[in-house]
Design a protein around this ligand. Structure first.
Ligand SMILES: NC(=O)c1ccc[n+]([C@@H]2O[C@H](COP(=O)([O-])OP(=O)(O)OC[C@H]3O[C@@H](n4cnc5c(N)ncnc54)[C@H](O)[C@@H]3O)[C@@H](O)[C@H]2O)c1
Length: 255
């Protein structure tokens, strides 16, 4: 199936995506600012092909080392999943320049550097697929998330541009836009008291959070099977972005 590089693969959605891609025959390369060896070890123990390198994706030097290491050890990347990301919940007028720059560095600069480094390998081979993990927060505003939402809107803009620029040379670029997922990121955000389970469940037509597995399945489709799908932003949100109803109306439809 080829080589798939997944960022932010030490936990959460990235970890589940790495395992799903490995189970579908990809040789997976896990990367994260946290150690990835424990997850690589678990995948290998299941007979799956996995390797990894830890580092900060916002660093141009690290991304260059990673791309060189993948080229040297595995030939090239066929798939890149830009999943690593950080959240920030803060009123816009209280968001500091440092906070803004940190969110942009991880959520937008990192994916740009990775698309550039692995995109070159893909363009040279005339084939490849990039999946960027944006958010429904990249499709509309969400209060108290100016930096995060701007970074995800930017990531969607990058995805569409690469799809247009590289599609004719065999390299596709698409984005998934998950709704709220039960991961460590959500636990941390919810721990700050910013929202409750009910806030999310009441807003979603399908009346639940996303599972990492829901989103990983969409990533797998865009990465491997979606041969003529290019430049799309696929919401995986249980109907959230398609629903303009007010909450009490939606709740009347529940059993
Ligand atoms: N959890 C949600 O509700 C939700 C909703 C929509 C979109 N998303 C997006 O999904 C992606 C995965 O989120 P998650 O919920 O699994 O979060 P998570 O916090 O559980 O995992 C994110 C991973 O990214 C890694 N990471 C952070 N900064 C990094 C850096 N500079 N370099 C390399 N790795 C870094 C973290 O160490 C962590 O392992 C993110 O891009 C997030 O914005 C999450």
């Amino acid at each position: 199936m080829g080589v798939a590089v997944i960022t932010g693969a030490a936990q959460g959605l990235g970890r589940v995506t790495a395992e799903l891609l490995a189970r579908h025959g990809f040789d997976v390369v896990l990367t994260d600012v946290q150690p990835v060896d424990p997850v690589v070890g678990e995948l290998r123990a299941q007979g799956l092909r996995a390797s990894g390198m830890s580092g900060d994706i916002s660093s141009a030097a690290f991304v260059a080392d990673l791309a060189e290491w993948v080229a040297g050890s595995l030939g090239r990347a066929d798939i890149l999943v830009n999943n690593a990301g950080i959240s920030l919940i803060q009123p816009a007028e209280e968001t500091t320049l440092d906070q803004w720059q940190t969110v942009m560095a991880v959520n937008l600069q990192g994916p740009f550097l990775l698309c550039k480094a692995f995109g070159k390998q893909m363009l040279a081979a005339g084939a490849g697929s990039i999946v960027n993990v944006a958010s429904i927060a990249g499709l509309g505003g969400v209060i108290h998330r100016a930096a995060y939402n701007a970074s995800k809107h930017g990531l969607i803009g990058l995805t569409r541009t690469l799809a247009a620029e590289w599609g004719g040379r065999g390299v596709r670029a698409n984005a998934v836009c998950p709704g709220w997922i039960k991961t460590e990121m959500d636990a941390k955000d919810m721990g700050s008291g910013a929202y409750t389970d009910d806030d999310i469940v009441n807003r979603v037509p399908m009346a639940r959070f996303a599972n990492p597995e829901d989103v990983a399945a969409a990533i797998l489709f865009l990465a491997s099977d979606g041969g003529f799908v290019n430049g799309v932003t696929l919401p995986v949100d249980g109907g959230w972005t398609g629903d303009n109803s007010w909450d009490s109306l939606r709740l009347k439809t529940r059993n």
